[in-house]
Design a protein around this ligand. Sequence first.
Ligand SMILES: Nc1ncnc2c1ncn2[C@@H]1O[C@H](COP(=O)(O)OP(=O)(O)OP(=O)(O)O)[C@@H](O)[C@H]1O
Ligand SMILES: [Mg+2]
Length: 234
Amino acid sequence: MFAVEALSAGYGPVKALDGVSFTAPEGRVTAVLGANGAGKTTLLRTVSGLVPARSGKVRLAGRDITTVAAEKLSGLGLAHVPEGRGVIAEMTVTENLRLGGLHRAAGTPPMTVDEVFDLFPRLGERRQATAHQLSGGERQMLVIGRALMARPKVLLLDEPSLGLAPRVVTQIFDLLTRLVAAEGLTVVLVEQNARSALSIADLGVVLSLGRVVATDDAAVLAADEQLRHAYLGF
Ligand SMILES: Nc1ncnc2c1ncn2[C@@H]1O[C@H](COP(=O)(O)OP(=O)(O)OP(=O)(O)O)[C@@H](O)[C@H]1O
Ligand SMILES: [Mg+2]
């Protein structure tokens, strides 16, 4: 189980997160939604120790990880896939994946590249391609696959659908659904694309100006016309 409790963070005078609380149940997808500047990326960066929390707590499997350094978190089972699909362009798909297995919990065997290729057959077909030859959708699979190499329990994803064609977004989200079912992963999915995210999520958390304005089952949020118009853009 993964939870944040009254988490606040910011940048100088900017209060980007203001007392955010929610629980992401194990083996489920929790979508964190909200407009530009709502605080979604700051939330993931604070959880990952890249932005210091000003107050509040982050808990992973009952343990308080609020002040654990970013580089230690993969060893505790947390993986963060930032926005932007950063890969090493000159390296092959296989080489990029291997990098993801370098930092992991003591005693945890790395996932093998073949296991990743079983989950993402398209990456297997492209295993010898260099990362700069990949399409946007393939790159997104690669950064998710690279994160899986450390066998995380909790996967934080920042806007995986950004800039992808609707058909490709559907493919990526279908892959995520299969992944959660196959690996029992707990996923926190940050998205501006609320309609697609809610279609695969179990729960949703809606942020506005750094605060939680709604938390509920994904289907309940998707059916709330007022909330959709006010905060979700569909
Ligand atoms: N490095 C930074 N320095 C100063 N202010 C920042 C910084 N990063 C974000 N902010 C501000 O913090 C607030 C939350 O931004 P954040 O990037 O977390 O939002 P977001 O929900 O991820 O938005 P988007 O949908 O555009 O990615 C905004 O007011 C933003 O301008
Ligand atoms: Mg963002």
